[in-house]
Design a binder for this molecule. Structure first.
Ligand code: G3D
Length: 185
């Protein structure tokens, strides 16, 4: 089912989403394109910041989680309440791509997600950095996404290349997520 155009007479449906990924991946910058009232200067997220916005016929509630090492243990507090996950990867961060893989795997194997159906939007960010970035194919291989699609049929996955600095790929990604969550009720 597609996302309907916004109609002021119809209350938008609600969607709760957890946004995670390593620190510096660009989570807050991505969300700044969707929230009208976020400041233009993005500061490191202290623990978690809850964002509300209405876009693409959906009233979004997004937990923007800090990705620093110590804070990652807090992500799972929001899993039981989330119908969708936005996992942001810094495509220019070769040194930490295996760490991002480990965190993604831990999320997928977490009891709150292991068995139930959910939508996973994987944002491959900072694609504007040109030859310094890993390609989408390279990242998909490192993250073993083909294996994931076979082994975890409960995950509706979409991979979206983007540049939060340029604002590209964000609308496409979140429109897909809105559609995916709508389809799974
Ligand atoms: P986080 O919320 O995941 O921790 P932020 O990440 O949104 O705070 O972004 C971390 C840094 O990456 C910021 O730079 C931000 O401007 C930059 N960044 C985010 N998205 C992109 C992108 O698509 N391309 C490029 N080139 N940079 C990006 P600073 O310098 O403020 O730390």
């Amino acid at each position: 089912m597609g996302v309907m155009a916004s109609n002021p007479c119809v209350a938008p449906r609600q969607a709760s989403v957890v946004c995670c990924g390593l620190d510096n991946a660009g989570k807050s910058t991505i969300l700044s394109h969707l929230c009208d009232d976020l400041p233009s200067v993005i500061h490191p997220t202290p623990g978690m910041a809850l964002q509300h916005f209405i876009k693409y016929g959906v009233q979004w509630r997004v937990w923007d989680c800090s990705g620093t090492g110590a804070s990652r243990g807090m992500w799972s507090l929001f899993y039981p309440h989330a119908a969708g996950v936005v996992f942001v990867v810094d495509a220019s961060d070769r040194d930490r791509i295996s760490c991002a893989k480990d965190e993604l795997e831990a999320l997928l194997l977490h009891p709150d997600f292991r068995k139930r159906h959910f939508s996973l939007l994987l944002m491959l960010n900072k694609m504007d950095l040109g030859e310094n970035t890993m390609s989408a194919v390279e990242i998909e291989t490192i993250l073993r996404l083909k294996h994931l699609q076979v082994s975890q049929r409960n995950v509706d996955l979409h991979v979206q290349s983007c540049s939060a600095i340029k604002g590209t790929g964000i609308e496409e990604g979140f429109r897909w997520l809105a559609d995916s969550m709508s389809s799974s009720g």
